[in-house]
Design a protein around this ligand. Structure first.
Ligand SMILES: Cc1cc2nc3c(=O)[nH]c(=O)nc-3n(C[C@H](O)[C@H](O)[C@H](O)COP(=O)(O)OP(=O)(O)OC[C@H]3O[C@@H](n4cnc5c(N)ncnc54)[C@H](O)[C@@H]3O)c2cc1C
Length: 382
């Protein structure tokens, strides 16, 4: 189905991204996956080329471009190269970390943090999840206790994307355990603060180049000037920023499905069985037809969500609908595409095999499918 969300400016940008990915990402991604680490230099090059951090205002070194369609173009081009670990890291910076920093930092913090992000020299992470609490944020146990001009931070986080690489981590901690909905605050914890330690790089089944870490905080003195926004507003800040995170997951899902499906159609056209291409078999054509239809329908919803986000009208319920449905579809699409590759689909050298493994987390992070249904259901029951 024709998509009509882009202008000629977006298409010109697409050429830049495509060229960048072909030069700086595609030739290295297999090595990054093997080494389980993405070269930091690529973020400097990517920021310079405008592949991410576009929304940082010009006065801090960015382009001041908040049109989400540029994010869509970048994600599509990275997905075309099947560079999923890199794509997820870019999404983490743009859809989570910078989204919070741009909205919640004061002028002094903007001066301090944004130029480094705009140059691609500073990488951020967002640490909510703990060993004992993921879906249920009220179960967090990390505390930040006021002491003079500082907050003293104690606790542990887990599953933190880019936790090893990050120079700045937005940490959700309890600043007043008895304050009801004002129990949490967000603190900016910096790389070299004494008492801040990183655990092991976690051994995941997918996204091998993207580091995921445990973080430990023992009496870390975080200056009050590193509080993000207002003390006690952590929970509402997390809630109000989740729609973009979830749109980011839907976008990752959409772009990965499009790329792997296109590759699978080519494979089925080229692969012969019983004296003819696989596509000569009606069963194969029906499988492809079903996926093509579902992908088109999902794309329509995601495109509408992108326009709604640009207009400031994407609700948390609509973002949750997209997140669970599109990421569940992604699981189905990857599974069927793998099946259509036969034994080759099980070999990691084929993009579909790696995509299958990278996909599995999509229905878990950013809020599980069950949690998305809970958000939607609660809204219906209200
Ligand atoms: C690769 C990876 C990267 C991640 N990156 C980050 C990151 O950068 N920052 C961060 O803070 N976190 C991150 N996470 C954590 C992720 O967001 C959590 O794993 C997720 O929210 C689920 O929390 P949990 O693992 O504690 O599972 P639990 O909350 O223990 O859930 C276990 C099961 O119970 C179900 N369940 C829970 N509550 C309900 C309910 N109310 N109704 C019905 N079913 C329910 C869930 O759907 C799930 O199936 C990452 C996770 C992974 C795997």
């Amino acid at each position: 189905m024709d998509r009509d969300i882009f202008t000629s400016d977006h298409e010109a940008y697409r050429d830049t991204v495509r060229e960048f990915v072909a030069r700086e990402v595609a030739p290295h991604h297999a090595r990054w996956e093997e080494e389980r680490w993405i070269d930091r230099d690529v973020y400097v090059a990517a920021a310079k080329a405008g592949i991410y951090a576009l929304q940082i205002p010009e006065e801090y070194g960015g382009a001041g471009e908040r049109d989400y369609r540029y994010r869509v173009v970048a994600a599509e081009e990275v997905a075309r190269a099947h560079a999923t670990s890199f794509g997820v890291t870019i999404s983490l910076q743009d859809d989570l970390v910078l989204h919070y920093l741009l909205d919640l930092t004061n002028d002094e913090q903007k001066e301090r943090f944004l130029p480094g992000f705009a140059r691609g020299e500073v990488i951020g992470a967002l640490a909510m999840t703990e060993p004992g609490a993921g879906s249920d944020l009220r179960g967090l146990r990390t505390t930040a206790t006021r002491d003079g001009d500082d907050f003293v931070l104690n606790g542990a986080k887990t599953f933190i994307s880019s936790g090893i690489m990050a120079d700045v981590v937005i940490v959700a901690a309890k600043t007043d355990p008895d304050a009801g909905s004002r129990v949490l605050s967000l603190l900016l914890v910096e790389r070299d603060m004494p008492g801040f330690e990183r655990g092991r790089k976690l051994d995941k089944i997918g996204l091998p180049a993207q580091d995921t870490a445990e973080l430990f905080f023992e009496d870390v003195r975080v200056p009050a000037s590193n509080v993000l926004g207002e003390v006690g507003m952590g929970l509402p800040y997390l809630m109000s920023h989740l729609p973009r995170e979830r749109l980011g997951v839907s976008l990752q899902a959409m772009t990965a499905m499009q790329a792997v499906f296109a590759e699978t159609v080519e494979y089925c056209r080229a692969r012969e069985a019983f004296g003819a291409p696989l596509t000569a078999l009606q069963h194969i054509r029906f499988e492809l037809a079903e996926l093509a239809t579902e992908i088109d329908i999902a794309q329509t919803y995601v495109d509408r969500s992108v326009l709604a986000f640009n207009a400031g009208t994407l609700s948390d319920v609509d973002a949750a609908k997209g997140k669970w449905w599109v990421s569940e579809l992604q699981r189905k699409v990857m599974d069927t595409c793998l099946q259509l590759h036969g034994g080759y689909g099980y070999m990691r050298e084929y993009p579909v095999a790696r995509a299958y493994l990278d996909t599995r987390v999509q229905t878990i992070y950013g809020g599980t499918t069950a949690v998305m249904k809970e958000i939607i259901g609660r809204d219906l029951a209200r």
